[in-house]
Design a protein around this ligand. Structure first.
Ligand SMILES: Cc1ncc(COP(=O)(O)O)c(C=O)c1O
Length: 461
């Protein structure tokens, strides 16, 4: 007999510790118990429908439960379920690598598989470090990252993370690295003018922080890592492509690797297949995960150059092997899901349909600026973000005890929206399959949600 809804909920509370969740928040309320999904919609146990406005942690690309992805997975299950990837190979990763080689810049043609975004970045970090050892640059052991950057929850990626709430308690475990201020235009680290909804008015002085640091430390630095065009977990901070161009130029000039973490931005989310295309640059490493399978199953790829690869290619006794791997590396079913997603991109000409949707979202977001507690609106591609503040003029944030973002989350649920603000940044991170009508409805509901919370937090403003 199937278990009743109440028992399921009680068992969840009895046994499960959820990620990124203060469990006490759910002492007197239930977690949203999701039962099924289709397209951009989710349904709970009671059959209530919600918009999945954050693409289930930024990974769903073509909508949930896409029939083409389902078919690929089903067919794969008849053939091969799991196989270790050291000394063996199989169809899925081979076919996927061939597709990625065509999508990515020509120089990125060596693909290392793993199974989540953090490990995709860990692999790039380790490869970069080992590359410099193999090429005789033994002092190059430090990494540079951005304040507010996020690359995962493993010890290595936390060492390069810039979100104190996430990494703070683990400081004793993390390795020393350099951080430079982020191109966070709304709160410009150089004090330059910025018009919310329009953009910055500056000469990218924030990139000078990197230049100055490299001027002193380049010989000790292996790589600079950043999220191209959009810093996700640090607050959905979109920034100009010129910053990326400048960073690329600096990394090349000072002889360090550039690692682009496209775990969240890859596969169309920013309006281009990969965010780096906005700047037309080619890094030394690109980290991919989340959307690579269309979001259905876990898989990751670290793409790098022939030059990096060849520094490891040697007789075994020279000790140049890259000793890294995970049990589910390039799992056949996950690769099948990725191939299904690639088929959807091609057969449904997904990228060609995007500009109109992107325009709707990016234009529509500006209307939020008239809400008293919305200090900034920003975004790129299928992502729009709204930074909530206590006082617009001074950009003073809300006191954390007000929990403005959390209140928006709760109010959103009542309206059939699953928003999941990053502290006080409310955002939409939509699948590429969403229709323009759905975009309009999601924006109208989100706007009403924020207006309601705004008038309760800032009465009379
Ligand atoms: C930019 C970026 N890098 C890395 C990660 C880590 O990915 P995962 O959660 O799959 O380990 C994330 C996850 O949100 C991310 O947004």
């Amino acid at each position: 007999m199937p278990m009743d809804n109440q028992t399921l909920r009680e068992l969840d509370k009895r046994y499960i510790w959820h990620p990124y969740t203060q469990m006490k928040d759910f002492e007197k309320r239930d977690l949203l118990f999701v039962d099924r999904a289709e397209g951009v919609y989710l349904w709970d146990l009671e059959g209530n429908r919600y918009y999945d406005t954050i693409s289930s942690w930024w990974c769903i690309v073509h909508g949930h439960n896409h029939p083409v992805i389902r078919r690929h997975i089903k067919e794969q299950l008849q053939r091969l379920d799991q196989i270790h990837f050291a000394g063996t190979t199989h169809r899925g990763p081979v076919l996927l690598a061939e597709k990625l080689a065509r999508l990515l810049p020509f120089e990125l043609r060596k693909f290392f598989f793993s199974d989540n975004g953090s490990t995709a970045c860990e692999v790039a970090i380790k490869m970069s470090l080992q590359y410099w050892k193999h090429t005789g640059e033994k002092r190059k052991e430090k990494f540079i990252a951005l304040e507010r950057g996020y690359h995962g929850d493993t010890i290595g990626t936390m060492s390069l993370g810039g979100v104190p709430a996430f990494e703070g308690p683990f400081e004793a475990l993390t390795f020393d690295s350099f951080t430079v201020p982020a191109p966070y235009c709304y709160r410009c680290p150089c004090g330059n003018r910025y018009v919310p909804g329009e953009g910055p008015e500056c000469s990218l002085e924030c990139a000078d922080f990197l230049e100055r640091l490299l001027g002193k430390e380049a010989e000790n630095v292996a790589a600079f890592i950043l999220e191209p065009m959009l810093m996700g977990a640090g607050g959905m901070i979109s920034y100009p492509s010129d910053y990326l161009t400048r960073v690329h130029e600096l990394c090349t000039r000072f002889g360090i690797h550039l690692i682009l973490d496209e775990v969240a931005t890859g596969f169309g989310r920013t309006g281009r297949m990969f965010a780096m295309e906005h700047a037309g640059i080619v890094p030394d490493f690109v980290c991919l995960s989340k959307g690579i399978t269309g979001g259905t199953l876990p898989l990751a790829v670290t793409a790098t150059t022939e030059e990096v690869y060849s520094a490891f290619y040697a007789d075994y006794n020279q000790g140049k092997t890259f000793f890294h791997g995970h049990t589910f590396t390039a799992n056949p079913i996950c690769c099948a899901s990725a191939l299904g997603s690639m088929e959807v991109f091609e057969s449904q000409r997904v990228m060609e349909g995007l500009p109109e949707k992107v325009a709707r979202l990016q234009e529509g977001k500006k209307a939020f600026l008239d809400i008293p507690m919305v200090g900034d609106v920003r975004g790129i591609g299928m992502v729009a973000a709204f930074e909530l503040v206590q006082d617009k003029r001074s950009k003073t944030p809300f006191d954390a005890s007000k929990r403005a973002g959390w209140q928006v989350y709760l109010r959103g649920l009542e309206k059939g929206l699953i928003l999941r603000p990053l502290s006080d940044v409310v955002y939409l991170f939509l699948p590429l399959s969403v229709t323009t009508e759905q975009i309009e409805e999601i924006m109208a509901l989100t706007r009403n949600t924020i207006i309601e919370v705004s008038s309760s937090l800032l009465p009379g403003v």
